[in-house]
Design a protein around this ligand. Structure first.
Ligand code: ZN
Length: 294
């Protein structure tokens, strides 16, 4: 087949389009840099930017807690991140109750967690949040359900959590409390939600694959927030490389294992499960491409 000869005009138009695209991308990069450039030179911002907080603290959370303790108002601003951290009860009440409508999670936050949480109650604002909040209240607010959940938590505490801690105390063993409570929470949630007992609160047992996959997916989703620009993780997701490839695998594992549990519960019947099959409460209408358009 003969190659098609482009006319002089078409070549010029192509070149002009290419140059214009490069200029637009360059302008976007400059604007992003200007917006994000760390202008602030206050003590907190300098400590953050130079990473010198790491000399005294093992993680950012501990450093924030230190700053909050030192702050007379219980609130600190990290200007270069455009973020405010508060431990002041009056502020928390104002944000979560008095003026809740004014503090949405926002599209940027929803995009970060969109692939994992989709349009579920933990990742939406406005009418979608109100609708799911009402659904959740109806499902979980009844006396029967609350008393059922209370019985399960009490049983889990008495027959598993306390014995595990007592055994560690008797033997003088060191336990990782975060791991213990993570197992406790996972067992309890599975029992309440699916009526199934994964039995993770036995420190000799390996942690559930579902819990591990969910933790991995949460961590990798949170890492998106640390990217220099959302474009970075969106490009990685499009090319299916690096952490985005791992995230995709972890989310698929969560989906497969949760579906298997729901299927198992359906086969057993629903008499002992509160919200089995109501995964829409957690994840809304998540589909594989739900966050692709964010
Ligand atoms: Zn500052």
């Amino acid at each position: 087949m003969d190659a098609v000869e482009l006319s002089w005009g078409a070549r010029c138009a192509g070149l002009a389009f290419f140059v214009l695209s490069v200029l637009v991308v360059a302008l976007a990069a400059v604007l992003l840099l200007v917006r994000r450039w760390p202008w602030c030179s206050c003590h907190v911002c300098r400590t953050y930017l130079t990473g010198s907080w790491a000399k005294d603290f093992t993680n950012l959370g501990d450093w924030y807690a230190h700053l909050l303790r030192e702050s007379p108002t219980g609130t600190v601003h990290i200007h270069v991140l455009g973020c405010t951290v508060t431990a002041n009860p009056a502020n928390v009440e104002y944000m979560l109750k008095t003026n809740f409508e004014n503090f949405p999670k926002g599209k940027r936050f929803s995009a970060l967690l969109g692939d994992l949480l989709g349009g579920g109650i933990f990742n939406v604002d406005g009418d979608a949040w109100c609708h799911q909040r009402k659904m959740a209240s109806l499902e979980l607010g009844s006396v029967t359900v609350r008393s059922y959940a209370y019985k399960i938590v009490a049983h889990e505490v008495e027959t598993r959590l306390l014995p595990v801690l007592a055994d560690a105390a008797d033997k003088g063993k060191v336990v990782d409390l975060q791991d213990v409570f993570r197992r406790f929470a996972f067992d309890t949630i599975c029992k309440i939600s699916f009526g199934l007992d994964p039995g993770c609160l036995d420190l000799d047992m390996p942690m559930s694959d579902l819990a591990n996959a969910f933790d991995t997916a949460s961590r990798l989703s949170a890492m998106r927030g640390a990217a220099a620009s959302p474009l970075v993780w969106k490009m990685k997701r499009m090319l299916n490389i690096g952490s985005e490839r791992e995230l995709k695998k972890a989310i698929k594992l969560v989906d497969d294992l949760a579906s298997a549990m729901i299927l198992q519960r359906r086969k057993l019947g629903f008499e002992n499960a509160v919200v089995a099959g109501r995964q829409d409460l957690w994840r809304g209408s998540r589909r594989p491409s739900a966050a692709g358009s964010q």
